[in-house]
Each structure stands twice: as structure tokens, then as C-alpha cells.
Design a protein around this ligand. Structure first.
Ligand code: ZN
Length: 376
């Protein structure tokens, strides 16, 4: 069966037919705090994707970066009075423990932005050489007027892009910019921030360039699938694509997959609002498989709201599945068909729940979701 998967840029569910070896990049964490359920839901969604691709006979090289050169990390390190790389290393280790507990397959690499300064310098040089960037006031900006298809990942209008840029940290009023949507490739550092020398002055990279440089270094010019939370569509992914294609002249991404945000108390779960459920706190109470089930019972493109019944409901579900942890190859066809339909995990849950209710085995079907049952 053909694997159908939603593509953000094309705004529809389309066949996802990569070669045998799949090159994949997902934007990882900024390591300044513990992993919350919103992060976990994103990375578990890509883990379900990777498992499905492997089940279909692919091999997958998935790169998930660590954004350890970034404003919120510096701010938190400043607040705690620690070196930003020490803070990052501790939080990254915490994140990895959560991912292992949630039975996420290891990624091929988790490169740090701080490891990529030479790559970023070279990358910015390529963008400048090809005429897509300009220097002003000690910064280097990408010139969106030179890149005609800017906006074709998000499909946002010019006004929508301005609005999202304002909301998500883009300084649209920066007097050095020729166009308010131009974005920073390199800029001077604050006095207590790390700074690296370049031909166009000392400073540090902009956020978007870190992922473009790491994707090129680790995966090459064109990747099969790029992922991240839906809040990264604009400006982050729009800007990544523009600068990558400007630098290499090649298509950057064949398929864009984004995961819906999770809310709590009616607002998006976010560090800035503080309405968070932390994975390590849940792990103190629940079997990590229950947490994974609680995530995967939702479709990756459907926004959902945390509710206090989510974990108890999946404690019961895990117990029912475990009572039926016997082999049942017949269920696999149905589960695979559901996954081929844009990773329809709610459909998979319905099929497995029904089988368990009938007393049929669910062992292999559950494993396809990354939930390993102890054989009954
Ligand atoms: Zn990124």
C-alpha cells in the first residue's frame, strides 16, 4: 500500500514515497528546561513515523539537533548564574532520559548548534556569494526580496508572515533591514553572550541558520522529510528553506510534516506561559508506556488539550492490552493500513481496543506503535 502523509507546503495528504534510505531532520530542543508533554508529543510522532517506515522496509537516518546557541538558553543561564553549555548539557541529558523511557528509537545524530560555527560561517558565505544576503550594522541579513517563493512552506500571506514574525521573536522593526521580513543570519552578541569571529564581524548565528547548516552537514543538500512542531512553520522553517535553497541552488525538503500543539487550561502548552506537564514528573507516577499511549491516542495533526483522565484512561488501556499480549498477525494488516493513512493512530487504537475487547491478541500491533507488551 502507498503511504499517504500530509505535506504542509502542499496543504494536502499526498503519497510519501522516499527511496529505501530516508533522510530526515527534525528540529530538536533548546535545552534550558525539562521536557514537557508538548515536546514529547512532537518527538514521539516522528518516532511513530520512523517505526512505520522501518516496518515498510526502509532504513532511516534521522537527525535531531540541539539548539544550544539561542536566546532563551542564554537568558536562563544568566538567571541561574551558570555557563550556558553546562546548563545545556544537563538539560540535554534529561531530555535523552525521557526519550529513552518513552521508548523512542535513537536518532542517527543529535548535533549541537555550538558544534556548527565553522559550518554556519561557510554557509553564510555561500548565501552572500550568491547574492541573497547583505551586511548592515554588524549583522548579516537574508534578503527575502531576492527569493521569489518565500512563503511557500507556510502558505501565509505577507501580512500573516509579518504578524507571526512579531509573535515569534522576529524583530520586524529593525532599522537595518531592507524589508521587515528579512531575517538575521549573523548578528553581534550581547556582552555576556558567546561570540565568534567572522569576516563580517564578531557575533553569533541567527536561530534559523543553525538548522540549515546542520542539515547540510549531516544529510546533504536535499532531504526527504523535515519535521517540527507547527509553531516552527513560520518563521523558522520558511527561513530555513529560503536560505538553504539560496545557498545550494537545490531543493531543500521534499516533504514537510508538522505536529499539532497541545494545550492546557485553554492555552498552548509553552514554557513562556508556564502551563506545562513535565514528562519526568509523569514518569514518577506512571509506567512510561502509559505516557506514550496517552500521546499516541491523538492524531499528530490534531490539537488536543491535556485532561486529568488521560493517564488513568491509558493505565486501564495498557492493562487490557497486556492481558491480550499474544501473537495475532491478522490484526497487523489493519494496523498497517491505518498507519498508511496519514499515521492514523486513533484508528489504530480503535482496532487494537476492539481486538482486546474480543480477547484477540494485540502483541505485534502494539509493538508497531512502540508500545512493547510483556507476552501473556
Ligand atoms: Zn530547526
Amino acid at each position: 500500500m502507498t503511504f499517504m502523509l500530509h505535506d504542509t507546503a502542499r496543504r494536502e495528504v499526498v503519497p510519501f514515497e522516499p527511496n529505501e534510505h530516508v533522510l530526515m531532520y527534525t528540529c530538536g530542543i533548546t535545552p534550558y528546561d525539562a521536557t514537557h508533554l508538548g515536546h514529547a508529543a512532537t518527538f514521539i510522532a516522528y518516532d511513530v513515523l520512523v517505526r512505520h517506515l522501518i516496518d515498510k522496509g526502509h532504513t532511516v537516518r534521522c537527525v535531531r539537533n540541539v539548539t544550544d546557541v539561542d536566546d532563551p538558553l542564554f537568558a536562563k543561564a544568566r538567571e541561574l548564574g551558570v555557563h550556558y553549555l553546562d546548563l545545556a548539557a544537563g538539560q540535554e541529558a534529561r531530555f535523552e532520559r525521557d526519550m529513552v523511557a518513552l521508548n523512542a528509537l535513537p536518532v542517527a545524530s543529535s548535533p549541537r548548534a555550538s558544534s556548527a560555527i565553522p559550518d554556519i560561517r561557510g554557509f553564510i558565505g555561500m548565501v552572500i556569494d550568491r547574492g541573497y544576503a547583505y551586511e548592515a550594522g554588524g549583522s548579516v541579513y537574508f534578503d527575502v526580496s531576492k527569493f521569489e517563493s518565500f512563503g511557500s512552506v507556510s502558505n501565509y500571506t505577507h501580512d500573516e508572515m509579518i504578524e507571526f514574525a512579531k509573535q515569534r521573536g522576529g524583530n520586524v522593526d529593525d532599522a537595518n533591514k531592507r524589508n521587515p521580513l528579512d531575517f538575521v543570519l549573523w548578528h553581534p552578541s550581547a556582552p555576556d553572550e558567546p561570540s565568534w569571529d567572522t569576516l563580517w564581524g564578531p557575533g553569533r548565528p541567527g536561530w534559523h541558520i543553525e538548522c540549515s547548516a546542520l542539515a547540510l552537514r549531516e544529510l546533504g543538500t536535499t532531504i526527504d522529510l523535515h519535521g517540527g512542531g507547527a509553531d516552527l512553520i513560520f518563521p523558522h522553517h520558511e527561513c530555513e528553506r529560503a536560505q538553504s535553497e539560496a545557498a545550494t541552488g537545490e531543493p531543500f525538503v521534499k516533504h514537510w510534516m508538522h505536529t499539532a500543539l497541545i494545550s492546557m487550561d485553554g492555552e498552548k502548552m509553552s514554557k513562556s506561559l508556564g502551563n506545562l506537564v513535565f514528562v519526568d514528573a509523569l514518569r514518577e507516577i506512571y509506567d512510561p508506556r502509559v505516557i506514550r499511549l496517552g500521546i499516541v491516542e491523538h492524531h499528530y495533526r490534531t490539537e488536543w488539550e491535556w485532561d486529568d483522565e488521560l493517564m488513568p484512561r491509558n493505565v486501564d488501556r495498557l492493562a487490557r492490552w497486556e492481558r491480550n499480549a499474544r501473537s495475532n498477525p491478522d490484526l497487523l494488516d489493519e494496523v498497517r493500513a491505518r498507519l498508511d493513512d496519514d499515521l492514523d493512530t486513533p484508528g489504530v487504537f480503535a482496532a487494537i481496543d476492539d481486538a482486546a475487547a474480543r480477547g484477540d491478541g494485540v502483541l505485534e500491533a502494539s509493538a508497531l506503535l512502540g508500545v512493547d507488551l510483556a507476552p501473556a
